[in-house]
Design a protein around this ligand. Sequence first.
Ligand code: ME8
Length: 538
Amino acid sequence: MNQNKKKFYISTPIYYPSAQPHLGHAYCTTLTDVIARGKRLRGYDVFFVTGLDEHGEKIQKNAEAKGETPQEFVDHVADTFLSLWDAMKISNDGWIRTTQQRHWKTVQKIFSRMLEQDDIYLSSYEGWYCVHEESFWTETQVGPEHLCPECGRPVEKAEEPAYFYRCGKHVDSLLKYYEEHPDFITPVSRKNEMVNNFIKPGLQDLCVSRTSFSWGIPVVEDPKHVVYVWLDALTNYITCLGYLQEDDSKFQYFWDDPNTEIVHVIGADITRFHTIYWPMFLESLGLREPDRVFVHGLLMMKGGKMSKSRGNAISAYPLIERYGVDAVRYYLVSEVTFGQNGTFTPEQFVERINQDLANNFGNLLNRSISMIDKYYQGEIPAYEGEVTPLDEDLHKEMEKTLVSYEALNDDMKVTEAYEEVMNLVSAANKYIQDSAPWVLAKDPSKSKELASCMAHLAHVIYEAGMLLSPIMVEKTPELLKQLGVPEELRTYENIKNFGFLNGLKVAKGSPLFPRLEEAKEIEYIASLMAAPKEKAAA
Ligand code: ME8
């Protein structure tokens, strides 16, 4: 921990381990990882956390169906999430599971404090109850026929004692916070939805305990109750830092510093919890609010949302195995604009790799390194300012890309940020076409122009490679090796240091992004999508 650095905290939602993770989970975690890596690249001190939301009736039932205890069940699924994060090269600093003792203890303390402050009170929960399933359902779940969505039997109105969180006293300060922090909920349409659909019609108090199932954190003051899921789940964002634990140094360093930028990345389905209840809980605890809740879009399949319960999810593994992790990461970042929905299709997957990576970036690298090899025996010629108007344009493009890359990333426009880098790569390919170094090479009076062209190409590859490194976790080191850059020179600052590559020796290697055979690969991916998958209980 370094007190002089700018600090950045970022989280994914904690996922329900109700079945195996799919590409939709990989999408959210990868985009968050790319942001975290991007900030580290730029010198920020980053804490990036992901984890699992392991309590609740659904997990208890899934475990029973498998003949396991809930703990055994979540332990197994947790391993599959960890393996996926490992395969996707996720660089999280924290890993939180709500069954961890550190989380339990803090949640119990938080509950007690809220009870003591009269933020929480005992009342009763009324809902539609299925005796057979021993479950409460909501009005929408039972439909007009009042049937249990699980077993189809008639349900009846029933009540159980429950604790509630008092929302009313926090509404004014919440609205004030929204007003004073226009970026708090991004995109802003989500804010209007929260205000108009939930806050203005009158916010109901939130149920924070249940007695009809036991898989949860017991309420110390009333142990037949377990803490109901959102108070348990949302607090993961601070328990992972050691809040109210013996060693809370990370909490103090990251959360408690008003200068730390705090961002939660979530899917639209859980916006209400993160933008209404979470700020209220934090206010109850006298803690600072996050700077931003970024609502991303969904990765869909042609048949609709990719989800465990629909059984239409595609796994990331066979894609990683066949195309490499960088291709999968690049596809996720580039194809599904962060903040919008996108549909996974084999055609687009293959096209992205071929167009952007093989044709555009791969081509720039191969052509440039071959030319440096051919014309200068592999030694990058000295960068001596801009010799031609084309050099000048490319130089400006390099500077402009860096500025907009940072601004777009800071604004969570991740897809657009990387699009800018790809535009720079396209500009560099065009620069080769326009400069025609093969013509310059034939004319000894143009040696200055040729040297400048090669020096510019080497630098543009360095810049693009560094800026893409939060996505290309495996290919960047290979690329920089081909460019001949020793590890100690691979810094972000050197992007602005034109000329630092002078005299380095390129080392031509195998193509980093080989072109895919379109028809064959589309067929292969389509066969993965058609394969039968495990279906989870909804
Ligand atoms: O809601 N495309 O967990 P969850 C993109 N435990 N992202 C997707 C996706 C898809 N098809 N499917 C899921 C929960 N996600 C709670 C969260 S947080 C304190 C508690 C991502 O397993 C998306 O980010 O249902 C969504 O919000 C999250 O997974 C929900 O995961």
